[in-house]
Design a protein around this ligand. Structure first.
Ligand code: ASP
Length: 584
């Protein structure tokens, strides 16, 4: 028996017991006549004591050889500590060791395995198995497991069945490149790894499964923008015989119960906003509504007053920064520099100080009277003491830039509180999105999303105006889920593929199986998928998903611990009938 108790378990009530513990040496303190060791396992730390007066000599000697991260087993008596540590659950006791067994020695670890470590990110990723021994990492993985268990419980209570779908499949377009896997048995042919189980879950609806879910890995070969992973996890869900309203209600309830279960926080109704409203009010289709600073459009108030810079622009729009009228010139210049950085790309900012005494002072006083500026204040919701920041330019770009500034200020001013949860639904997304690069329309969500019936007539004339039965669930400025009501008849699906630029032959070759299935009694259906990694991170009060993944990849998609991706051998290539054309 390796252990009778864990290292997090013993209390003063256990005094006098003979126990066996196993774990890692976190730290030793050797005074010669006495040695103290902090013994760690997943459950906590327990102090061991070796005392010249009470411990046999050979064990004393062994104890002094212990190094960090040695794996040991000890037997001994639980005794009351002389100097107690109230910060540790086991801090009232220590183990007077009578037997010491070194199960494995350890090299000095490349960083200290303590809550506050001296190891940088790269080093910790290379030795992730050591990093996982640290509380901050370990606790996040335990939290993730708890959320996953709760998800399964809540969904199965609602009648969802977990079904696994294949990983070696054919391309599902979700807007990214596919990872592909060559087939040895089918020369010259490739599988694609699923960007999501989208088509399979729809086929499960045709198969009559009615309510499906799966906690599932998805793979997307994208350039890794900040905090994305090439493989990530979804809670993927689909239901038959539903309308959008049914899905929203079902998953609002699910999300509410999940937040209640894992955070103890009650959320009442989730507000809803159309895509158009979200863009106008927040410049963002995933607005963080934990704080205000809503956009005020100023075209009618700011144009044609002699200020040329505004006159030529499509949109003049501002936000009120609470309590920032007292900003110094230097502080405002810093914000101007911030928006002018290439990452944001704005031309600059016009500012208006709405002073505490009710007076208004701006960087464009030459062109606007106090009366004019008062109207701006009203439009942006500014109160005395606030600072109004205004941007102008092409409507879409300017909204995006002002949104970035709003989020930046939200962070700076501490308005994005980690323990506050503000979910909302964003609905009525456009069906199609213009892609500058390819010069054609793409499905904004995916090609299986149904257009709003009343908008279908616009498909030929104004495709960009067609709205979809598509929705996102947004939490604290992050899209945590997205889905749609699907097309479930062959003709509409064929028409959709046509609009997306597929020839009938291409559509048949790629998605013939789905359109075939639609001819055998496909029920109306729809669903949603949650980004599980991000959901867990936000519930954990953090925004980096990497921390919540046991073995994440870095920004270039590498696993630096196992060193993947890697070359394969000539023999493997030959077996696959592949020839490499790499220059280095
Ligand atoms: N498959 C979609 C996605 O991965 C989600 C859905 O439409 O249910 O975003």
């Amino acid at each position: 028996m390796y252990r009778s108790h864990t290292c997090g378990e013993l209390r003063i009530e256990d005094q006098g017991k003979q126990v066996t513990l196993s774990g890692w040496v976190q730290k030793t303190r050797d005074k010669g006549f006495m040695v103290w060791v902090d013994l760690r396992d997943r459950y906590g730390l327990t102090q061991l004591i070796f005392d010249e007066k009470r411990t046999p000599k050979e064990i004393m000697e062994k104890a002094s050889q212990l190094g960090r991260e040695f794996v040991i087993q000890v037997k001994g008596e639980v005794i009351e500590r002389e100097s107690k540590n109230p910060n540790m659950p086991t801090g009232d006791v220590e183990i007077l060791v009578s037997e010491l067994n070194i199960l494995n020695s350890a090299q000095l670890p490349p960083f200290t395995i303590e809550d506050e470590t001296d190891g940088g990110e790269d080093l910790r990723m290379k030795y992730r198995y050591l990093d996982i021994r640290r509380n901050p990492v370990k606790n996040k993985l335990i939290f993730r497991s708890k959320v996953a268990m709760e998800v399964r419980k809540l969904l199965s209570e609602k009648g969802f069945i977990e079904v696994e779908t294949p990983v070696l499949i054919k391309s599902t377009p979700e807007g990214a490149r596919d990872f592909v896997v060559p087939s040895r048995m089918n020369e010259g042919q490739f599988y694609a790894l699923p960007q999501s189980p989208q088509t399979f879950k729809q086929l499960l609806m045709v198969g009559g499964m009615d309510k499906y879910f799966q906690i599932v890995k998805c793979f997307r070969d994208e350039d890794l923008r900040a905090d994305r992973q090439p493989e990530f996890t979804q809670i993927d869900c689909e239901m038959a015989f539903v309308e959008q309203e049914d899905i929203l209600n079902m998953f609002e309830d699910f999300t509410r119960n999940l937040i209640k279960a894992v955070k103890g926080v009650e959320i009442t109704k989730f507000p809803r906003m159309t895509y158009e409203q979200a863009m106008k009010k927040y410049g963002n289709d995933k607005p963080d509504i934990r704080f205000g600073m809503e956009f005020g459009e100023l075209n009618d108030l700011a144009k044609n007053k002699g200020f040329n810079v505004f006159d030529q622009q499509e949109l003049v729009v501002g936000i009120a920064v609470p309590g920032a009228a007292s900003y110094t010139r230097k502080e405002i210049d810093k914000l101007i520099d911030w928006v002018k950085r290439p990452q944001i790309g704005a031309n600059g900012l016009v500012w208006v100080k709405y002073n505490e005494d009710g007076s208004l002072k701006s960087s464009v006083d030459k062109f606007y009277s106090e009366e004019d500026l008062k109207a701006w204040a009203e439009r942006t919701g500014a109160k005395a003491g606030d600072l109004i920041l205004v941007m102008a330019g092409d409507a879409d770009k300017t909204r995006t830039q002002l949104s970035a500034l709003r989020m930046h200020l939200g962070n700076e001013l501490g308005l994005r509180k980690a323990d506050e949860f503000a979910p909302l639904w964003v609905v009525d997304f456009p069906l199609l999105e213009w892609d500058e690069e390819t010069g054609r329309y793409h499905a904004m969500h995916h090609p299986f999303t149904s257009p709003k019936p009343e908008d279908i007539k616009l498909l030929d004339t104004e495709p960009g105006k067609v709205r979809a039965n598509a929705y996102d669930l947004v939490l604290n400025g992050n899209e945590i889920g997205g889905g749609s009501i699907r097309i479930h008849d062959k003709n509409t699906q064929a028409m959709m593929f046509n609009h997306l630029g597929f020839t009938p032959e291409e559509a048949k070759a790629q998605f013939g199986f789905l359109m075939d299935a639609f001819q055998y009694g496909a029920p109306p259906h729809g669903g949603i998928a949650f980004g599980f990694d991000r959901l867990v991170a936000i519930l954990g009060g953090q925004e980096t998903i990497r921390d919540y993944i046991a073995f994440p990849k870095n920004n270039s998609g590498r696993d630096v611990m196992i060193d993947a991706p890697a070359r394969i051998s000539e023999d493997q290539l030959k077996e696959l009938n592949l020839k490499l054309q790499v220059n280095s």
